[in-house]
Ligand binder design. Structure first.
Ligand code: PEP
Ligand code: MG
Length: 916
């Protein structure tokens, strides 16, 4: 088919498909709602896409015959359609929800809104991936002035019924009607004060009735309307609130941090309530099938007797351990679930084992015990620390639950970062002032700050902070991200702070009960100490210790499970991993982390050393070639020494040395003081320096006289650098260092002719050194591809090049026409407006820069099938970009030393995915 016709046909097909899908969605038969027991037979991922993670897993638990209260899921498609229709429900939704409620009523033998036997439901969000606490939930829905009486009679427990009603009013008013929860909390606190009681559980039915009256008055005051009594109105209010919470501020922030696309939408799960707050034979809890902090294969969780789920996660009451072992380890006197409810506990153990086997992953489960009967409310893959992720993956291979490829795929490469950074030195002196729970491991030091906004502000100023809160809530998410560590006075290991911190890899100590925060005076007291905002504290998230001041740290341990997993990754990947390094220290760190060579040695960084910058300046200020050569002669021994050290550390491995790249003005003094210092050191006038600075001034230096253009004007600079490289190589040969073949890289090439001239320069210098020492030198000459013209002319350029290294920092800048130095000011707006999914300087812009990389690879190989292809821009350490590089046929990626393990793992994952 001719191209034009084919295009038209394709377009028509697309329009047809869109129309068909539109008409399908307006049809009354289009399914927006599924009861848990009759969800469609789809593969796990498609089911999650449709029903969200929570909905898909609830239906799966029913399929494997676990005790799950009946309910239904409104699909993520309904959420998207709700937004397409400008926040209106699709026509068929109302009837389908009604029908689904009927099915639930039939199953549970209760009736929604019925005064004598009321069905109460929970309404919860549930996106494809879990976004803990970011969206809204309403519990106990279906209670009103009549049904509460029915519930009291049916359960013979008036206090429970009115407690549930007031909880519902509080939650619904906050989530749906927008009444601030402080209103209700203040009323409860005042009431308790007047009555002289401490705990909510000491309040009677009469007390709650009276408080409900006050709540209602407050709601009228705030909203102008009474609390809705119609249960259907309540339900639709809650469904709408959950849909809307998909786009609330904290969910938006969380999505952005975790790269979750907005178009996924959230599902809504409506489920029959079961009650953990009906008395002493009731409980509610959350548990992990393995320890989420350490990864240890032991059941781990917390529960509360006579409580509802949100009491555990909100950190309002400090929960008790589930197992006796954990209780003894924690030194707690409160009975564990294993001791107080052995039957329900044993059943829970059977279920968690079944779930782990079924999902072949560590699960995070929620359950309720209602009058001794165990109900499962949720299961999902548990969030875990980096350390636990690795231990669990390695253990599961040993247990034959998963294979090695799956284990490699299980680990998000980005989390490795937290393992590679220092931990507290066990021998350091510590001034421990409090001990909480070891909620998320790692050491963190910073200035005490009490609000999320302040933490964010400090971060913007380049300062480190520790966010100290009574407990965190999802509103604090931006501050938790900005802070180095998080400290809370309340809440357990499954509190919001703990779960979110672990997910983010932030060290966290939770439930440090001896700390008393005074938000108003911006300080906390602990023992005899008073710690003010701005004071330095250190947290150890692995032990729960809180220390005054800064504490020494030590290098991380990357042996054991970490090295086992990395060995599996290394075995499977085909991309080589190099590093961007120029100092002996960085080179050594990178080698220890497994770098297989240097992909970018930025020689200009070597120029800034105190001793040599003077000669560099002298070279730049020279008025003629002779003077310049004089200065270059003084720089040469320094460069040579650096190269010898690097070649020795990298013995036997490839080393790419990039010749001088930045514009010369970067090396000149800036302040008056510096100028006068340089003038006297070089015995020239300040005026001469200022004139030269003026000469070198460029409006747009990144597009100016830099890179290979410098060498076209001043070839002697590159000549000196090549001489230093070859002399160093010769010294290494003499010292019998295992052969290294330097790869001499010319930056910012735009035409084949530039490279032809500069390659000849390199060869000329090589010949001189070879002749001088009567030796034969092996080296490669290649170029960076940093300009679109270079990418498009790769065929011609490759005639002069042994290798291409994609400098995607500049290539992104020059392809997008966006300054890499100034983009920070506005790129966020581009991401927020969905113009870019992610900052293109972080993850490669596949459609633009990526296309150029592919063209250059293909055309380069056409001319020179042996051409080496690599990347040395920042993208070389970004897992998504590494996936792209693998598929584009690159031979290696090069990244900063601390990202080497991340790149090793990401490269293995790319290979495994491409095999599937
Ligand atoms: C690049 O442009 O991608 C690169 C690696 O060079 P630099 O960041 O030094 O400009
Ligand atoms: Mg560059």
């Amino acid at each position: 088919m001719p191209k034009k016709i084919k295009k038209k046909a394709l377009k028509n097909a697309k329009v047809k498909k869109a129309k068909a899908s539109k008409s399908k969605k307006t049809s009354s038969k289009f399914k927006w709602v599924y009861n848990f027991e009759d969800t469609p037979r789809l593969n796990t991922q498609s089911l999650k896409n449709l029903l969200g993670g929570k909905g898909a897993n609830l239906s799966e638990m029913i399929r494997i015959k676990l005790p799950v209260p009946p309910g239904f899921t409104i699909t993520t498609e309904a959420c998207n359609e709700y937004y397409n229709l400008n926040k209106k429900y699709p026509a068929a939704l109302v009837k389908q929800v009604k029908d689904s409620i009927k099915k639930v009523e039939k199953k549970i033998k209760k009736s929604f809104g019925n005064a004598s036997n009321p069905l109460l439901v929970s309404v919860r969000s549930g996106a494809r991936v879990s976004m803990p606490g970011m969206m809204d939930t309403v519990l106990n829905l279906g209670l009103n002035d009549k049904t509460v009486i029915g519930l009291a009679k049916k359960t013979n427990n008036e206090a429970f019924a009115y407690d549930s009603y007031r909880r519902f009013i509080q939650m619904y008013s906050n989530v749906v009607l927008g009444v601030n929860h402080h209103n209700f909390e203040d009323l409860i606190e005042n009431y308790k004060l007047t009555k002289g009681v401490l705990l909510d559980t000491e309040l009677t039915a009469e007390d709650w009735k009276s408080l409900i009256g006050s709540f209602r008055e407050q709601i009228i005051k705030e909203t102008g309307k009474d609390f809705p009594q119609d249960v259907h109105q309540q339900l639709w209010g809650a469904i709408g609130a959950v849909f809307q919470s998909w786009k609330n501020h904290r969910a938006n922030v969380y999505r952005k941090l975790n790269n979750i696309p907005e178009e996924w939408g959230t599902a809504v799960n409506v489920q029959s309530m079961v009650f953990g707050n009906m008395g002493q034979d009731c409980a509610t809890g959350v548990a992990f099938t393995r320890n989420p902090s350490t990864g240890e294969n032991s059941f781990y969780g917390e529960y509360l007797i006579n409580a509802q789920g949100e009491d555990v996660v909100a950190g309002i009451r400090t929960p008790q351990n589930i197992t006796k072992k954990a209780r003894l380890e924690a030194g707690s006197k409160e009975l564990s679930m294993q001791e107080s409810m052995p039957k329900a506990f044993n059943e829970l153990v059977t279920i968690y084992k079944k779930l782990e086997k079924h999902y072949r992953d560590m699960q995070d489960i929620e359950f309720t015990v209602e009058n001794k009967k165990l109900w499962m409310l949720q299961t999902r893959s548990g969030k875990r620390t980096a350390k636990a992720s690795i231990k669990i993956a390695v253990d599961m291979v040993k247990e034959k639950l998963i294979n090695k490829d799956e284990a490699v795929l299980r680990i998000d490469p980005k989390i490795l970062d937290t393992l590679l950074h220092p931990t507290l030195d066990p021998n350091a002196t510590k001034n421990i002032v409090a001990k909480g729970l070891p909620a998320s491991p790692g050491a963190a030091t910073g200035k005490v700050t009490f609000t999320a906004d302040d933490a964010e502000q400090l971060k913007a100023q380049g300062q480190k902070s520790i966010l100290v809160r009574l407990e965190t809530s999802p509103e604090d998410i931006h501050g938790m991200h900005a802070a180095e560590g998080i400290l809370t006075c309340r809440g357990g290991m499954t509190s919001h702070a703990a779960v979110v911190a672990r997910g983010m890899g932030r060290p966290c100590v939770s439930g440090a009960g001896t700390i008393q925060i005074d938000y108003e005076s911006k300080l906390f007291k602990v023992g005899s100490h008073e710690v003010k905002e701005g004071d330095i504290v250190t947290l150890d998230g692995s032990t729960g210790e809180v220390m005054l001041g800064e504490v020494n740290t030590i290098k991380p341990d990357i042996s054991g499970d970490f090295s086992t997993l990395m060995a599996w990754a290394d075995k499977v990947r085909s991309l080589k991993i190099r590093t961007n390094a120029e100092t002996p220290l960085d080179t050594k760190v990178a080698r220890d982390f497994g770098a297989e060579g240097i992909g970018l040695c930025r020689t200009e960084h070597m120029f800034f050393d105190d001793e040599r910058i003077l000669y560099v300046r002298q070279m730049i200020l020279s008025k003629n070639v002779e003077d310049r050569n004089e200065a270059l002669k003084k720089i040469l021994p320094f460069q040579k020494k650096d190269f010898i050290e690097i070649f020795k550390t990298m013995s036997g491995l490839p080393v790419t040395v990039r010749l001088l790249d930045p514009p010369l003005h970067e090396f000149l003094p800036k302040s008056e003081k510096e100028i006068s210092g340089v003038a006297s050191s070089l015995n020239i006038t300040e005026r001469e320096i200022k004139n030269r600075i003026n000469d070198l001034h460029e409006e747009n230096p990144m597009l100016g006289h830099r890179g290979c253009r410098l060498a076209i004007s001043y070839p002697e600079i590159y000549e000196m650098q090549c001489e230093a490289i070859f002399e160093a190589l010769m010294e290494c040969q003499k010292a019998k260092v295992k052969a290294i073949i330097p790869e001499i890289m010319i930056p910012l090439i735009c035409t084949a002719k530039e490279l032809e001239i500069l390659r000849a320069l390199v060869d000329r210098v090589a010949k001189i050194v070879e002749k001088k020492y009567s030796i034969k030198l092996s080296y490669l000459v290649g170029t960076m591809i940093e300009l679109p013209r270079a990418a498009l002319n790769a065929f011609e350029i490759s005639k002069q090049a042994d290798f291409f290294s994609f400098g995607t920092n500049d290539l992104t800048q020059t392809t997008l026409g966006i300054s890499r130095d100034d983009s920070g000011k506005f790129l966020d707006d581009y991401v927020n407006n969905n113009i870019f999914k992610i900052d293109p300087f972080i993850s490669i812009d596949v459609d633009g820069v990526g296309q150029l990389v592919k063209i250059a690879c293909e055309n380069g190989k056409k001319n020179n099938s042996k051409i080496k292809l690599g990347i040395c821009g920042e993208h070389g350490g970004d897992p998504d970009s590494i996936d792209f590089c693998h598929n584009a046929g690159l031979h290696y990626v090069s990244c900063s030393p601390y990202r080497v393990p991340i790149a090793r793992l990401a490269a293995a994952q790319a290979k495994i995915r491409s095999k599937r």
